[in-house]
Design a protein around this ligand. Structure first.
Ligand code: MCN
Ligand code: CUM
Length: 798
């Protein structure tokens, strides 16, 4: 799968002027977005289209005794009211989750979380549907709810999943990793041990566009077309076919423009199934589109991990062991979107960027009367939680040993010459140079200056304290390989199909699906790089299962590592065939044809003036093809990655903490990222900016909260606070380049790095401001009241 000429040169970030690797090509998709010509699911309108509104439970835990549809059905414009019973007649009462659990499409018997789907009203317009939903009368028998994982595991806790035969309590699974004995031993013998308890609160991806679909059954073709807010159209088609019984070739999933996904659009939701079922039964198109509060309260949340971290170290700060124990709240169904064989996602990368001898982690997951989910929101399948744990713990240890947090990291980093590196929990890191990234960040952050300033403020008993936080994170992105990663049994590979037209331009089709990441530009750049074509002559198509090659979709920052690799390999296949056509056109032997990456041209060895461009070759492929080859110029690649890629970075945050109000101001925010070879530095910078903003949201504001009755009290934008331009400081970004040795173009993913890496840097900074008074931890979200309490506890409040 590797290139003949070694791929693009990592030292060349300027490209070759055709919009290939390393060039800051402006995003092609932005023309339509900034001129209001985007085409989102809710923009799709079909003749005779009906609208679906879902009736949701006001209670978190309740038995449904009776549903009375009559008043709703009497309403002018209401076409149908569906309940679990109606769906059962079509064997659609339940659907599988991505983790092999079974979820009610509409509540069969018992409501298990607030706002769960109880019935659906189909009407001629959305307003009537909404009025109709209010007229559906449901008789509930309210039961005691269980809201936290801790309560759920108490002996006398009400049983949530009583419909499951073998389920006697709310316990879902136990999982562990690493060598317990060896780790315990290291802890017993250690000079120093530290322990900290920390919560990674429940978050929501909250994309601007909520989830929805337009399902359109064609009785003439026995085929259903579903325009869907999907990050994984092919996988969704397979699951859709399995759930509905409609053969897969009679299901077409189209992901049009997607207004942000952030992981929220990986799972399958009941609304999709209801709309599709209604379309089949009524033989009319049916649209379902969530409101904001429905999105936040019911679709895939993120995090909700209660973690204990422990480190064992020598007196001079060499970390010998790490131990962690987690209590995970999975909500009412185990519906985590992650590779099936990883019950706790990639949380077991909690050794982070450090060369640690012994590691052991254990985790217990529980059902609660809250919405299902657990992996979404730029998370790399729980790497977010792992990075938070280890980066917080390193800070805790540095404080215990009175060491500089930069110095303690330096002492423990996996050395640059130790790659490929196998971690104590079994991960194979491809490449890294952690010290280089940290050094660069320290320099950019003017670290020593701020340490001085911090000291000065303490000595002067100033009203505002300075805190400096560091996070030197390692990410793992690009799932597969297929043998270890799958979604509902489907191996996690990805694909690319390149077709060069007679006039010299090309169409690239991929199995991944952009939600704003800029694939229409960056994937064209890969082809431009590998074929010597101009980026403007390549269009990228995706999101239509009728025409695109099968792929597993965009999440876990896997597009570049997997589909990006497929694109490069497919382009190189085209290049191979192009050589044969070039030989024919130039009347030379094929072995004598060379391709020059710099000029993008093919020429006869030793005779650079006997050359030909890809445009001329394209014409040759259709108008004068060599007898040894088929006509046309096209190639496909299905890429099963040999390994994942391990992007990394160092973030440094300087905050000013107001002792009077608990307010936190960002003085400096430095992010140095390494994602291997860079395709489009401008797109990367945009990804970093967006992800850092989400990291600030995570650390400072965002939280899906519930009261003791299971009412979601953080389920709208009045209560689920997102950062705006006001809260976002100026980011200073930098980069290093450590190519992935196994990726055809040396690239690693980057989309999730900033959200994964930044929260611990921010918390470390706030803790650092109070560390002199003994504070070791402050819980997220660090709203002013939380910070003020911490200041007060440390005796620092004014
Ligand atoms: N890129 C690059 N060079 C690299 C690596 C990446 O130029 N070495 C570019 C890619 O070509 C792509 C972008 O950066 O255009 C992100 O690439 P990658 O890291 O491969 O991640 P994905 O494309 O797979 O995107 C997924 C990732 C995830 S999982 C979430 S969640 C997230 C994120 O991206 N959701 C987003 N960023 C988002 N950005 C927007 N605008 N909207 C979302 O919903
Ligand atoms: Cu986990 S959020 Mo992204 O992987 O789609």
């Amino acid at each position: 799968q590797h290139d003949d000429d070694g791929g693009p040169d990592p030292e060349k970030h300027h490209g070759h002027g055709r919009g290939g690797m390393g060039e800051e090509v402006k995003r092609k998709e932005d023309k339509r977005f900034i001129t209001g010509r985007g085409n989102y699911v809710d923009d799709i309108k079909k003749p005779g289209m009906l609208h679906c509104e879902i009736v949701r439970s006001p209670h978190a835990h309740a038995r449904v005794n009776e549903i009375d549809k009559s008043r709703a059905l009497n309403l002018d414009g209401v076409v149908a009211v569906l309940t679990a019973e109606d769906l059962a007649a079509h064997e659609l009462a339940t659907m599988p989750t991505l983790m092999d659990d079974t979820q009610d499409v509409l509540v069969n018997d018992k409501v298990k979380f607030q706002s769960q789907e109880v019935a659906a009203v189909i009407a001629t317009d959305r307003y009537v549907a909404k009025d109709g939903a209010e007229k559906v009368e449901v008789d509930y028998e309210v039961l005691d709810p269980v809201v936290t994982a801790e309560e759920a595991l108490e002996a006398d806790a009400p049983l949530i999943r009583d419909e499951l035969e073998d389920q006697e309590d709310n316990h879902i699974f136990d999982w562990d990793v690493g060598d317990k004995e060896a780790t315990d031993e290291v802890f017993e013998e250690a000079d120093v041990t530290v322990e900290e308890q920390m919560e990674y609160q429940r978050l929501h991806p909250a994309p601007i566009e909520t989830c929805g679909c337009v399902a359109d059954w064609d009785p003439g073709k026995d085929k259903i077309t579903v325009h869907l807010t999907s990050q994984a159209p092919h996988a969704h088609r397979t699951l859709f076919s399995q759930v509905s019984g409609i053969p897969e070739h009679k299901v077409r999933i189209v992901s049009p423009d997607i207004g942000g996904g952030f992981g929220n659009k990986v799972p399958i939701y009941p609304g999709y199934v209801v709309a599709a079922a209604a379309s089949v039964v009524l033989e009319q198109p049916v649209k379902w589109m969530e409101e904001r509060s429905e999105n936040i309260q019911t679709t895939g949340f993120a995090r909700d991990y209660d973690m204990t971290g422990e480190l064992a170290a020598t007196e001079d700060g060499i970390i010998k062991g790490v131990r962690t124990d987690v209590l995970a709240n999975h909500g009412a169904y185990n519906a985590v979107a992650q590779p099936s064989k990883f019950p706790a996602g990639f949380f077991n990368i909690f050794t982070g960027s450090y060369d640690i001898e012994a590691a052991y982690g254990s985790l217990t997951a529980a059902f609660t009367n809250t919405a299902p989910g657990g992996v979404a929101y730029r998370c790399s399948f729980r790497v977010t939680e792992a990075v938070y744990l280890i980066e917080r713990m390193v800070k805790v240890l540095a404080q215990e040993l009175d060491m500089d947090p930069a110095e303690i990291r330096r002492r423990n980093f996996i050395p640059a010459d130790a790659f490929p590196y196998e971690s104590a929990t079994g991960w194979n890191y491809d490449s890294g140079d952690y010290e280089k990234a940290l050094d660069k960040a320290l320099e950019m952050a003017d670290y020593d200056h701020y340490r001085e300033e911090q000291k000065r403020r303490i000595e002067e008993d100033a009203d505002k304290l300075i805190g400096i936080g560091i996070s030197s994170f390692t990410e793992v992105v690009g799932a597969g390989p297929g043998k270890s990663c799958d979604i509902a049994g489907i191996e996690m590979f990805d694909s690319a199909d390149i077709r060069v037209n007679p006039t010299g331009n090309a169409v690239l089709r991929v199995g991944v699906q952009t939600q704003g990441q800029g694939h229409e530009t960056t994937f064209a750049q890969i082809v431009a790089e590998e074929l010597g074509m101009d980026v403007d002559n390549i269009s990228v198509e995706h999101g239509d299962t009728d025409t695109d090659p099968y792929g597993l979709g965009t999440y876990g920052s896997r597009s570049t590592p997997v589909a990006g690799a497929a694109t490069a390999v497919a382009a190189r296949k085209v290049r191979e065939k192009a050589k044969s056509i070039a030989a024919n056109e130039l009347e030379a032997a094929e072995e004598d044809i060379e391709w020059d990456r710099e000029s993008g041209e093919f020429h006869v060895a030793g005779a650079p003036d006997r050359s030909i461009t890809i445009t001329e070759i394209a014409a040759g492929a259709y108008m004068n093809h060599p007898s040894s080859e088929e006509p046309g110029l096209e190639a496909v690649n299905y890429y099963d990655p040999p390994e994942m890629t391990y992007p990394f970075g160092s973030y440094i945050v300087v905050v000013e903490v107001d002792r009077e109000t608990g307010e936190v101001d960002f003085e400096k925010f430095v992010a140095v990222d390494d994602c291997g070879n860079r395709i489009n530095p401008m797109v990367i910078e945009g990804q970093i900016h967006g992800g850092l903003a989400q990291g600030i949201g995570t650390a400072m504001m965002e939280h899906v909260t519930y009261d003791e009755n299971g009412n979601c009290t953080g389920g709208d934008f009045m209560n689920y606070l997102l950062p705006t331009a006001n809260e976002i400081p100026n980011f200073e970004t930098g980069y290093t380049v450590t190519p992935s040795p196994h990726h055809p173009i040396g690239a690693k993913g980057v989309g999730e790095s900033p959200t994964v890496g930044s929260p611990p840097a921010i918390v470390n900074a706030v803790v650092d401001a109070m560390a002199h008074a003994g504070t070791t931890h402050v819980e997220m979200p660090m709203t002013p009241d939380v910070v003020w309490e911490a200041l007060d506890e440390a005796g620092l409040s004014l």
